[in-house]
Design a protein around this ligand. Structure first.
Ligand code: SF4
Length: 189
């Protein structure tokens, strides 16, 4: 990476072990994608060359929960799918994180039906909510960086008095600027 050339060969670096662990942990988050619908396409775009998720040490998407520590739920979750998601969440290694990507995962979105889960946080702890339908890749990156900032501050997923996981509950703010509708357009006979 070039840093070796900039350092003298006999350099000594002192730091704290927890800082090294946090640095390694935040630089190698391995996501397990749980993409069920159109938000999954944006998730794929985030991993592709234009947005380049590999910059964050995250190019290794894991399809095995035991080799992952970040669950990205992208898309609507049916009530029949929820036990599968819960099982996968339980199998992910600690410390683990959850991102709810898009309106459907966070609230059910436009699918206000008995068959669609109206927010996955009713069943698993969600650390970061990303709004949008779908969110842009930049917003997913911002959500990931929010988790990295928590890890940098020595944060591991907090636990309540009963030992259960307490979610962070971070809501990413939208980054887009809505453009005004065209004016002076008339529909006439
Ligand atoms: S939030 Fe929108 S883009 Fe994402 S899964 Fe739901 S309908 Fe599709």
């Amino acid at each position: 990476m070039g840093i070796e050339a900039a350092l003298p060969t006999d350099a000594i670096l002192t730091t704290q072990l927890r800082r090294v662990i946090n640095w390694a942990r935040r630089s190698s988050i391995w996501p397990i994608p749980f993409a069920t619908a159109c938000c999954g396409i944006e998730l794929m775009a985030t991993a592709s060359s234009r947005y380049d998720l590999a910059r964050f040490g995250m190019e290794r998407m894991s399809f095995s929960p035991r080799q992952a520590d970040l669950v990205i739920v992208a898309g609507r979750i049916g009530i029949k799918m929820m036990p599968v998601l819960q099982r996968i969440y339980q199998q992910v290694a600690e410390p683990k994180w959850v991102i709810s990507m898009g309106a459907c995962a966070s609230t059910g979105g436009v699918f206000d039906t008995y068959a669609t889960v109206q927010g996955i946080d009713q069943f698993i702890p969600v650390d970061v909510y990303i709004p949008g339908c779908p969110p842009r890749p930049e917003m997913l990156l911002e959500g990931i960086m929010a988790i990295q900032r928590i890890i940098d501050q020595d944060g591991i997923p907090p636990r309540g008095p009963d030992g259960r996981r307490v979610p962070l509950g971070i809501a990413v703010q939208p980054t887009h600027q809505s453009t005004p509708q065209p004016v002076g357009v008339r529909v006439g006979l």
